[in-house]
Design a protein around this ligand. Sequence first.
Ligand code: NAI
Length: 478
Amino acid sequence: MSQYDVCVIGAGPGGYVAAIRSAQLGLKTAIIEREALGGVCLNVGCIPSKAMIAATHFLHKAQHDAETMGIKISDISVDMKKLKNWKQSVCDKMSGGVGQLLKGNKVDVIMGEAQFVSSTELSLKSSKGQQAVRAKNFIIATGSRPIEIPGFKPDEKEVLTSTGALDLEKIPKRVVTIGGGYIGLEISSYLRKLGSEVTVLEAGGALLSGAADPDCVKVVERRLKKNGVNVFTKAFAKSFKKTGSTLKVTAEVNGKMETFDADKILLTVGRKPNSDQMNLSKIGLNIDERGFVKVNAQMKTNVPHIYAIGDIAGQPMLAHKASHEGVLVAEVIAGHNRVYDAKTVPAVIFTDPEIASAGWTEEECKSHGHPDLKIGKFSFAANGRAVSLMETDGFVKIIADKKTNIVLGVHIVGPEASNLISEAVLAIEMGATLEDLALSIHPHPTLGEVMMETADAALGHAIHMINRPLSGSPRANA
Ligand code: NAI
């Protein structure tokens, strides 16, 4: 029987980070993974989707912007087999890197499927047979999986989850996407660029509802439609049937039944935690009504020496939150006095253009006791770098407390929003004011200047725009 100080179950961005940090702190550490190192994120989620998005962005620019820039490209075509192989090589490189890091830090990597037999022992099934693993501390980092809805059983051939959609052999002619959230819109955007006819059915009244600032969503919705994606909101997918080779999807759209033809259905209606596996309830772990393992601010469950991090331990289900918790939990086990006290978890949606946010929306600021706000908004259209990239759609919006000027929320839609948001995270974590952002010299010509100009706009004196009061907020900003 193997005995460890720390045994991590699940090698996604939560688990592998927890294992590396535990080993760095001198703890004898093992990590168990049933599929591939790097988990959903590296193998069938964040990384392959970003590879597909990067490739199709390149294709779209070549088709639409190159000629305006004076570059003639003829005979553009997509070799799906090569694209798929390249995407896979990106994942393999990242997953291999995780393996090297674990090995270099002397973490024992065990490929197999674990079950708790008691709160201090796991039974592990692997290619070597059955074995027992005991540890002083267990970290559960087993993540989440796609939700299924009645009428649409994913088979990854006709009804795809993100996993199947990221691994297509051929470009499907017609795709119906069920769910206009993060995954649905990221994948729909790139499938459209590859040439599929794409229809998005979203049950709610808006795309990305609750996931992003509504003003940012409007910009993405406009671009989706411009690129030829059919978008239906208040469209609740009910069932489908196959007629010949066509999948006929029935949905209630604004109270009326309608049918949509597809060759592939993409099911992206959310994810749920994997807490119904591994005998977690049998060993007495408290699990909430949504299936999340209940943890305190040190990621401790109610069972001594068992911790949970990442998607299984609550929203938001984001890789960087899982990694943050991975470091924290290892340090807690090593005896450091740490608690989860991050002020904000940034979120990025890799649509076209990207949306990124940190901190609160206007509504949230008000509900958190900031009724009076200063809001600045500055468009990428007035930024030289954005114009030279032909990427002028979108804006940065900064929300600050009116009395103190402390930055409470930053919402970006536009080019490189995913990279620009980190400055906002730092500002919010440090309690920075609008002046801190406005008076920091930002290099020219960069997209980052928009952050500085937006802070100036909130203060009423941006240079590269005519400063007008935003609707609802008096010019008293000045
Ligand atoms: P989501 O929760 O973002 O969106 C699901 C949507 O499906 C909702 O808007 C819901 O109203 C709709 N829906 C549900 N049933 C429906 C029906 N029958 N017909 C039509 N619409 C229906 O879920 P998604 O996109 O699957 O993503 C899951 C999670 O994965 C996200 O919440 C996020 O945490 C994570 N993720 C993060 C990414 C990133 O960081 N860039 C990328 C992808 C996923």
